[in-house]
Ligand binder design. Structure first.
Ligand code: SF4
Length: 215
């Protein structure tokens, strides 16, 4: 069925925004999210200490991709931008713990899970855009450097300015300073800290997350 692109309205009624947000929430679930909810943007915690964890201890992806720290949006910049928004759709995707821990045997499943999160963010952001919420934008999980360009030597966006996946790649929530653990716990969902030496039998599941800042 052809998409109905909505005329831009300078005065979108609250009831329309509410029904759009619910539509995006259900869309995220349809596309593979385990849980999805509508949140007020003011309740999204942004903290400078979150990307600090990319640097100390240093992630092997730190500085190697255009959407990763220190190359991406800074928490202070994001905080200013978020002051202009009211509503977001936040979702998580639960994955088996043996998929999320760093193990070569499950790399295919891990990359697929991350790609699914990017897909959900892309699709919901696009739906919001064509519904007239044209300043909607989203953040995914992990790193596009590993999710899309893991087999390649470099991030092309950093070498010649042309991202290989410009419409799919996004910074992760954590890369820009969103405290995903806190946000997930605050909406009542379970999440566990998983570090590089975590074993699958130590946690019941892994959790990936994404957010679309809608309006
Ligand atoms: S998708 Fe690839 S080329 Fe694009 S920013 Fe990410 S790592 Fe760089």
């Amino acid at each position: 069925m052809a998409r109905q692109i909505r005329k831009i309205s300078l005065d979108c009624p609250e009831t329309q925004i509410e029904s759009d947000l619910e539509k995006y929430r259900l869309q995220a679930l349809d596309l593979g999210a385990s849980q999805a909810t509508v949140v007020r943007v003011e309740s999204v915690p942004v903290d400078e200490r979150v990307p600090l964890k990319c640097q100390i201890p240093r992630c092997f992806g730190y500085g190697t991709g255009a959407h990763c720290p220190p190359n991406t949006l800074k928490p202070a910049e994001l905080k200013e931008i978020l002051k202009k928004y009211n509503w977001a759709v936040f979702f998580i995707k639960d994955v088996p713990s043996d998929v999320i821990v760093r193990d070569k045997a499950t790399i295919k499943e891990r990359v697929e899970a991350y790609q699914n999160v990017y897909h959900i963010v892309n699709q919901v952001e696009s739906a919001a855009f064509y519904d007239g919420h044209y300043l909607a934008f989203g953040f995914a999980a992990g790193s596009c450097r590993h999710t899309f360009c893991g087999q390649l030597e470099t991030c092309q966006a950093m070498t010649n300015g042309r991202c290989r996946h410009s419409l799919r790649a996004r910074p992760s929530m954590e890369a820009v300073g969103i405290d995903v653990y806190r946000l997930t716990a605050s909406v009542g969902w379970d999440i566990y800290p998983i570090g590089s030496d975590c074993r699958p039998d130590e946690v019941p599941k892994g959790t990936l997350a994404g957010i679309i800042i809608v309006e």
